[in-house]
Design a protein around this ligand. Sequence first.
Ligand code: NAD
Length: 479
Amino acid sequence: MMQLKNYIDGAFAAPSNGRYLDNYEPATGKVYSLIPDSDATDVARAVAAAKRAFPEWSGLTAAERSKHLMRIANRIEERLEELAAAESRDNGKPYKLACTVDIPRARDNFAFYATAILHDASEAHDMGAQGFNYTLRRPIGVAACISPWNLPLYLFSWKIAPALAAGNTVVAKPSEVTPYTAYLLSEIVHEVGLPAGVLNIVHGTGPGVGEPLVIHPDVPLISFTGGTATGARINTLAAPSFKKLSLELGGKNPNVIFADCDFEAMLRSTLLSSFSNQGQICLCGSRILVERPIYDRFVAEFSQRVAALRVGLPQDPDTQIGAVVSASHRDKIMSYIELAQQEGGRIECGGHRVTLDSAPDGYYIAPTVITGLTMDCRTNQEEIFGPVVTVMAFDTESEALELANATRYGLAATVWTSDLKRAHRVAHEIDAGIVWINSWLVRDLRTPFGGVKQSGIGREGGFEALRFFTEPKNIFVKL
Ligand code: NAD
């Protein structure tokens, strides 16, 4: 069986304790590879290697670092189909999605920061006769990059690329649930000759690898994407040593739909925002709020289209809904569907597991639409992170806002209306780091990305990420 390896100090390495974890294929429910179950010893080796590599890497010119990153981007592009197949197999997402979204975006992350760093500059603050004042932005040292399983290489590279571009060295930990493309990335950086120790990839669990990395005294900054509870734990662990933190956490995003919207465009987009990647995107809208005059029509037509979505094998080109990522995640999602019914919810469609003849042990769930719940119930307050949405009616703009803002999360939102003034008004008032008007998930890598409230601290994307991965130093000289 394929055995993945860590990548430390420019070499592939087995975990020092010799232990491995099973890696399951969500489509079939079968184990298909083994992942290093690394521990603090491997983390210490990786941090030491990154620390040794830092002076030389941070001393390169931006143009030199840019060339290294561009080589990685190009190699991802050359291996796109292989990487997409690996991502789909590891995660359960449709191959088509991995091929058109995940892997191209991983390539773009490296290419974007390879070029962004060429346009980054220090600031000068002219003080006239008094003197000259300028601010340098310096790389910090060894950055920890910890990422989740839902968009594995996409989010892994979204952290690693700016960290390296800014001149830091990196110890990165992918999710133990989806380690495969991170392993292939280590092959790629090896192939393109990234200097040893600049990027180290250590596989394993949160407690086994994540925590030793977070508390390591030679790791001054941590970029984390994952669940809110894990973010809170990392925040607590990092606090005593005042590490710099960027936390991209969970969401419970509202779609606010007014009666005057373009109904057909809204319906098509809402299908995607609800169920893309089996609803396992932090930006998916899981609470659909619909203005009363179109509520009944929305529930009827939406449910009809949701019921027609094809659940199937990830590699099948006709599949729209693949497998959810793991048996435990499937069980968690199913428990929320049960809870929703106990809370008085009505299942408009879906609500059950799907058994495929060709893969009876795979983790499939029919996309599910639930109505009849109030906003304060657990189903509407807790992140389910699966193919499950709720629909509620509202009567006024202020009620829509009240419902939209009635959770502890604040990551993303969508607003559907033909009234331009209202679109902006509502977008301004929604508690969210990102609002899409009459659209969903249109991304521009230059823009700040992140959440408010318990959806996170800090922003990634564009120059925001380069700011996070550098420390400003202000210098004044008297003339
Ligand atoms: P998770 O928090 O369980 O795990 C994320 C990563 O953290 C994994 O690599 C895991 O091994 C590691 N980890 C776990 N415990 C740790 C600890 N104590 N110390 C250090 N590291 C630890 O999240 P998940 O289940 O992999 O991903 C789903 C979550 O990620 C959802 O809540 C989703 O909303 C969120 N997410 C957020 C964004 C965003 O940009 N805001 C993007 C994608 C996913």
